[in-house]
Design a protein around this ligand. Structure first.
Ligand code: ATP
Length: 215
């Protein structure tokens, strides 16, 4: 094992999250290393999205810390966000823009102004839909526009909230292959999904289950 793979990319240290007087999780601790693919499981409302948002630094835990390469994320916010790709529960696609305008906008914001937009839309099976307003596309096609940026990012840490929702079987397999390739290249993927992964399994996959806890 190399030094790099021993150093956690992310560490959750005794995270506690309380929402509306309900403990979603309490003193939750785990490390995430380069090469890890982690699926957060649990029923609706168990706190999966809340955990992802805390890991991404978008909301604060009631108690506990998140560390990026050994530093508190609050102390290295810019470095952390440069190394993080977070895709939230809702695809964040603007209905009045076309598929290509949405992707172009997302990639520009992420600093990839020269990315080949049509080739990238082809990777997510949106050839022929480039100039359609996103508002006229299906839920799965919306998510595909949002997911297309995964093909260009250099961020090592991918935090993805339900990336497979509304994606068809072949699309799920392509995404799972991309996750494995990213992990093989030293990245990590932390995702929630209510479906069983087909290709990422066995030693490739770590599962973390959240369940209801009541105060
Ligand atoms: N900002 C907030 N303020 C108050 N309550 C919140 C907030 N965010 C989430 N909650 C509550 O916390 C609980 C967990 O929500 P969360 O979205 O983390 O669950 P989840 O496991 O991702 O659910 P799902 O599988 O349905 O997406 C829910 O009961 C929700 O209403």
């Amino acid at each position: 094992m190399t030094e790099a793979s021993r150093t956690p990319l992310l560490t959750a240290q005794a995270l506690t999250c309380i929402r509306e007087e309900r403990i979603l999780f309490d003193e939750l601790s785990f490390d995430i290393h380069p090469g890890d693919i982690i699926q957060i499981e649990g029923p609706n409302g168990a706190g999966k999205s809340s955990l992802l948002r805390i890991l991404a630094g978008l909301s604060r835990p009631y108690a506990g810390q998140v560390h990026y390469c050994g530093e508190r994320i609050e102390d290295v916010r810019d470095d952390y966000h440069a190394d993080l790709l977070f895709l939230g529960h809702l695809p964040g696609v603007k209905g009045e823009l076309t598929a290509e305008e949405n992707l172009e906008f997302n990639l520009k914001i992420a600093g990839y102004a020269d990315a080949p937009i049509h080739d990238t839309l082809a990777k997510v099976n949106l050839t022929g839909f480039e100039e359609h307003p996103a508002g006229h596309l299906s839920a799965g096609q919306h998510r595909r526009i949002a997911l297309a940026r995964l093909w260009h990012t250099q961020s090592k840490i991918w935090i993805l909230d339900e990336p497979l929702t509304a994606i068809d079987k072949r699309g799920v397999q392509e995404l799972e292959q991309l996750f494995m390739q990213h992990a093989d290249n030293g990245g990590c993927v932390i995702l929630t999904t209510h479906q069983d992964l087909q290709l990422v399994s066995g030693d490739r996959l770590r599962k973390l289950r959240l369940d209801y806890q009541f105060v």
